[in-house]
Design a protein around this ligand. Structure first.
Ligand SMILES: [Zn+2]
Length: 56
């Protein structure tokens, strides 16, 4: 497991790129299609779509 305490660029299933924080404490939905892309687990967020790159 990599550390997720940084910004991550992910791609939703609809093709939209979204920058999310790996430690997000809230759920994050795609602004374009509304799909849940990051699920808050109380600790590290769970990335539910394709991870493109870690931005550091
Ligand atoms: Zn989407």
């Amino acid at each position: 497991m990599i550390s997720l305490s940084k910004y991550i660029r992910v791609q939703c299933n609809c093709g939209n790129d979204v920058i999310v924080f790996g430690d997000s404490k809230t759920n994050v939905n795609c602004p374009k299609c509304g799909a849940l892309i990051v699920e808050s687990t109380g600790g590290h967020a769970k990335i539910l779509c394709r991870r493109l790159e870690v931005l550091g």
